[in-house]
Write a protein that binds this ligand. Sequence first.
Ligand code: SF4
Length: 683
Amino acid sequence: MYQYRRRLTREVVFGNLALGGYQPIRVESMTNTHTMDTAATVEQCRRLYDAGCEIIRLTVPTEKDAENLRLIREQLRRDRIETPLVADIHFSARAALKAVEFVENIRINPGNYATSQKFSSNEYSDEEYLRELEHVRLEFAPLVEKACQFGVSMRIGTNHGSLSDRIVSRYGNSAEGMVEAALEFARMSEEMGYFDTLFSMKSSNVKVMIQSYRLLVEKADAELRYAYPLHLGVTEAGDGDEGRVKSAMGIGALLEDGLGDTIRVSLTEDPVNEVPVGFALVKKYNDFHLVKGDKGSLPLKHVIESRNKQPQHALITDEQPPFNPFCYQRRLSRPLVLAGMVVGGESLPRVETEVHGQLSEGHALFEEVMQRLAPEMPEDSIRSEFVSVRVSSREDLEELDALLAKLGDAGRFLVASTGDVALFAGLLDKVSKVRFDIVEGERLGEEFLGLLHNDRLAAVELCFIHDGAGDAVPAAVLAHFAEKLRSKGVERLFFSVLSSKVIFVYRRLVQAFNSRSLDYPLVVRFKKEASDRLDILIDSSVQAGGLFCDGIGDMLAFHTGMSPDDEVHLAFNILQGARIRMSKTEFISCPGCGRTYFELEKATAAIKQRTVHLKGLKIGIMGCIVNGPGEMADADFGYVGAGKNRISLYVGRECVEENISEEDAVDRLVLLIRERGKWVDVQ
Ligand code: SF4
């Protein structure tokens, strides 16, 4: 909960590469060519290898595709490309049995391996359940035996939305169902003496994905013989920034938990694009395990051994965790009204950004504030709802008056920050919120607390600047102030921490507040200025997004070096990715693979262009009819590949138009959305 420590797993071999244990977290990708097209597949594998991809997965829909793996493998090995290959199997046990001869790892989906998946709601009696499980065992046993014989490891890869009818009948389409589906196969493997297993629990819903991996670890580690490694991924994450944000949020939240041994960032783009995102995501955690010295790097084992000799803070055992890791529940905070807008309580998390300019810049700063606030746009648009300016001197106070006069009514949304008590006093009657920065070691006496009472214009945010102080200090200091101010009856308060360890310090803060029944709203602050765009995108999605996925946060405040527009879009992408605040259409699009027979990337772009304004609507864009309808899970509408240049359209899980031409399909989808009353015109 409060500090990073990687879960130590059993090391599993992928040919000449190992993962789990003390190995670095590996980065995988998957081809989207047809596996029967040897030249195209070999070429794509080569490009993935050149990009540094450590494990390559190929789809294997039939026995013929499995047989063709032989050729693909031969050509790659002839060119000295030794990257481990993984066969991705759905439904076909025969394809699996053949593929196992030519790959280092085999992925099976327990939802459709030798089992029915008709999305029927039939109840299974105990007897029927056991009968089907026995059938699965008989079908699965030869694969396990052959995997043993060929030294091939196996991923039990569960996907939310493609669970078997048997599992759904008993557990529903839930995290529990996903976990049980995987455990059934793991139990059978262990009974057969096979232990080269790893797991994945993917979903396009980031919160479901995070919760199911955690639940799996909880249950599997209690029951199974070994702690098996985890392959992490968010399915159908989509493309562009949205795909990167969702993947970083889901995968990163688990990496922060110390879970995960190999990852795939799946994007509806050229698979080569997945590789740099994957490495950017695991870098921090792999670096953590390596001590750089004169003689190079030491493996994690040495680090852990030396770390274990050092004193560590006492384990926190008798406290309630700050959130439920297995089930989403938003932290209950009191609602406060700020500039006519409710913040906290059940209201949508708000967005605040900080100007790059200084108050002394006059008109230039006014323009930046207006660009961020965009007050001419409708209230629920993608724009910064509050904009923060820094006040560092008496002159700044005067400049602030001038700025407020120029802003007129929009000035309500201006907030100010300072670390100076005298300036703070001068701000309380000017703006709607004042952030006061508390630096460790600074004494804030009764004089400061006396400034805080409910009849001032401004609400106050107390922000602890966590800069090298012990990780528990911000929570202790802020909880102390919060208790004091509550006893004085001060209501309009927010709390925050500015730290590079956002997740851990906020968890501590929530724990400290919960244990004292303090319900003041929290502003999740993320600051990273001197970094490249991808780094900011990934780190903010992991840190801030991870907290929102666990129900922590009432406002998201950003300080990055990005342009105002970019920064605001990133903040909204994070809230949308966590499904906490929907500000546009939610696209659930798969990356495509050898089962895709239409131009998936082009179709995704065309659908996005026409429908991106349909706030909250979920549209699935899936490469194939075999897995698409199941894996687009809770989409309202589905655009699913049905064969060569043919598309089927879905409303929920019901197919309403079959095999229409790819040329007409986007128009027909728009028509369908209109017919079902879900269309709104662009304003
Ligand atoms: S849904 Fe997409 S990625 Fe999954 S099997 Fe079908 S085409 Fe491949």
